[in-house]
Design a protein around this ligand. Sequence first.
Ligand code: GLU
Length: 305
Amino acid sequence: MNRLLNSIIENNRKWTKEGQVASYIPELSKVDSNLLGICISTLGGEEHCAGDSDTKFTIQSISKIVTLMLAILDNGKDYVFSKVGMEPTDTSFNSIVNLEIKDAHKPINPMINAGAIATVSMIAGKDSEEVFERILKFTRKISNNPNIGINDSVYKSEKETGDRNRALAYFMKGTGVLDGNVEEILNVYFKQCSIEVTCRDLARIGAMLANDGIMPWSGERVVPRDVARIVKTIMVTCGMYDASGKFAVQIGVPAKSGVGGGILACVPRRMGVAVLGPALDEKGNSLAGIKVMEELSKQLDLSIF
Ligand code: GLU
């Protein structure tokens, strides 16, 4: 397995030259675009990694699956999906247009920014600090890494420049989708996006989902099977932004990407997989990361379809 992963990384390194690192969050533009790493975490507890698999990067939108799980655990799926839709989108992750014209102003799904901001507003806590602490604690638990923290410079950079997310949030407050203090909700959202992880951490989260909500390393159930099922389904239909259909055809597993260059994938009943490649394609997905996933899926026959 290690030999296979090393050769996949080497075969696809050339693609890191093609994409662009995210620059709309200034701090992300400083990330090394040549990084490429992969880690696999199997349900039998084996871990295999290659390339820059222990390099830290910000989780960004991959945190949206963590907050979706917490929001459902706190409120039940019916309540969460009464506020946020479950349909794929054909517009970009930070688009505002559907909030105006579709589905009584409900964000179209929990994986776009508007939907994720609405989702985080439903997580329980006496104040925004407690809400974020719960998100961080849950992330540490499901990645089996108690040392996970946030990247402070990225957090500040997001907060300073996040006017587009502010616009989405205030629009949702205006239409009654969002309850509570908008700045505090956004503060949690900016922090959750700035959580720093490695491929190894994300592969373990993928393994927990692949194992229907049970952490393979301890046998402990962290989310009910039904919650794991919902999250994986939303990942298939919405996880790769408006390129989710193409990803499903070419790779065929539930996955979620982030503009930090990570992709978390899960192969039901087999393994979690995470890749890092900060240079992004025009949709905001890791360009080389998708190529790596494509080769891995072919080699190991991973598609669930
Ligand atoms: N923090 C990023 C934003 O809100 C997350 C976007 C992403 O990873 O898709 O724009």
